[in-house]
Design a protein around this ligand. Structure first.
Ligand SMILES: *[C@@H]1O[C@H](CO)[C@@H](O)[C@H](O)[C@H]1NC(C)=O
Ligand SMILES: *[C@@H]1O[C@H](CO)[C@@H](O)[C@H](O)[C@H]1NC(C)=O
Length: 435
């Protein structure tokens, strides 16, 4: 039979003194009994080890033994169940910690991508803080376990108060843990929204940086002088054009000058047109199809002896006055033609739109691709008077530059649309190397 013994019980039989040593050593005052597990102590089997004669004292002692044994069995059960609880709590802790760790490292990866300044605090710190709290909870649990172990081995009789205390603390710890887990979940969703906020902030920083870069580029690319640029209209379309932001006042005379470069054929198209409400052809310069260049004033037309479609830069000027409808046409500083009766006594109407490169059928629109100007254009200036020939030839040979008094050629005054471009050009430098 396999010997299953509960811990040896030392029973104080009579008188004073302490139980010491093994049974049988001068054993007159102490009786030591090894009791097999499961044995009914109320009916001892080993009569030889029985104390001779049964006194009420002896009965009481036997009852005490039975009670103690029951207590021990109960304690064993309690301990086993408490160990189960501890194990469960430990594995919960481990899961929480692993979760926090993996989230922490994931966050770190996210954050390492961001190199911008002005960032919010790294939320992994929060996760690390939580990890520490978890660790301290775990330590406390281990302490409890060791306390229990000590109580377990020091005679197997730890007081009821300790057991109850342990139970309470375990329950307490478990609810703390559950709260922690809930907080972790909460933290997780907060981290996600923090990420979104953070991304938004990064995007804002990026776009404001982009704006600043664009501005810097603009000011870097700013033309040497506000008039040192050209407008390029490379294709014959009905959507590439430039627009002068300024309109014209009422005028009784005008001079319009510009530099043109085109090799388009047949005809260079419409270098500019001025349309007003009720008269789309208030002033138009056009070379259309196989016709020569024409000037329209209030939809009246005259042909001009100008020809510029050789692919080189040319300076042209046209003057007009309401008196007798007298006009002049200049090319490269030379007056090549004059005429009269072009819309005589007509005042140029104000408040219209000047379009570069397109002929208007209504004010500011309804362009016709076949009438579009193809080429480059610069120094488009207008005056509300007839300029003297000497002023015009001085501009054409670059010995003088005069901005128009009603429309000066300045960068800020010219908008381009549909793929038309503005580019730096110092015409008086470039035209000398023009081939
Ligand atoms: C307490 O002792 C019992 C047997 O006496 C044992 O099974 C149990 O594992 C011990 N408790 C601890 C926490 O070691
Ligand atoms: C340019 O034109 C002006 C005005 O006609 C004239 O006085 C000057 O001599 C010309 N200069 C050159 C370099 O041709």
């Amino acid at each position: 039979m396999r010997a299953l013994f509960v811990p040896l019980l030392l029973i104080y039989a009579s008188g004073s003194g302490r139980a010491a040593g093994a049974s049988g050593t001068k054993g007159t005052r102490f009786v030591c009994t090894a009791v097999p597990a499961g044995t009914d102590l109320s009916c001892p089997v080993d009569t030889s080890s029985r104390v001779q004669g049964t006194s009420p004292q002896e009965e009481e002692l036997r009852n005490t033994v039975i009670q103690l044994r029951e207590t021990i069995l109960q304690q064993k059960e309690t301990i086993v169940s408490q160990q189960g609880t501890i194990k469960e709590l430990n594995s919960k802790l481990a899961r929480c910690e692993a979760d926090a760790r993996s989230r922490g490292s994931a966050r770190r990866k996210d954050y390492s991508k961001n190199t911008m300044g002005d960032l919010p605090r790294d939320p992994t710190e929060t996760v690390q803080q939580l990890g520490k709290t978890m660790q301290s909870l775990k330590d406390r649990l281990e302490n409890l376990e060791q306390q229990q172990l000590r109580a377990n081995t020091s005679g197997g009789m730890f007081p009821n108060e300790l057991r109850d205390l342990l139970k309470r603390r375990l329950t307490d710890l478990e609810s703390q843990l559950l709260t922690r887990v809930a907080e972790l979940e909460e933290e997780k969703s907060q981290l996600y929204s923090e990420t979104a906020t953070h991304r938004q902030r990064t995007e804002n920083t990026l776009s404001s940086l982009l704006e600043r870069i664009t501005e810097l580029e603009k000011s870097n690319n700013a033309f040497k002088s506000p008039e040192d640029f050209k407008v390029s209209l490379p294709l014959r379309t009905n959507y590439l054009y430039g627009r002068i932001k300024k309109s014209l006042p009422e005028m009784y005379a005008f001079t319009v000058c510009m530099w043109l470069k085109s090799s388009a054929s047949p005809g260079i198209g419409t270098p500019f047109s001025y349309g007003v409400p009720g008269q789309a052809n208030e002033i138009v310069l056009i070379e259309w199809g196989n016709s020569p260049m024409e000037l329209l004033v209030n939809d009246k037309v005259t042909q001009l002896p100008l020809s510029v479609s050789d692919g080189r830069w040319h300076h042209i000027c046209i003057t007009w006055t309401t008196r007798d409808g007298f006009w002049e046409a200049y090319q490269d500083g030379e007056r090549l033609g004059t005429g009269e009766n072009l819309a005589p006594w007509h005042p140029i109407k104000p408040g219209g739109v000047i379009i570069l490169g397109q002929e208007q059928d209504i004010v500011g629109g309804r362009f016709d691709a076949t009438q579009a100007f193809v080429g480059e254009l610069s120094h488009f200036n207008m005056w509300d008077r007839v300029l003297r020939p000497v002023d015009i030839s001085a501009m054409a040979n670059c010995s003088a530059y005069m901005p128009g008094n009603v429309v000066p050629w300045v960068d800020a005054n010219v908008e381009v649309f549909g793929g038309a471009t503005k580019a730096a050009l110092e015409i008086c430098e470039d035209r000398l190397f023009d081939s």
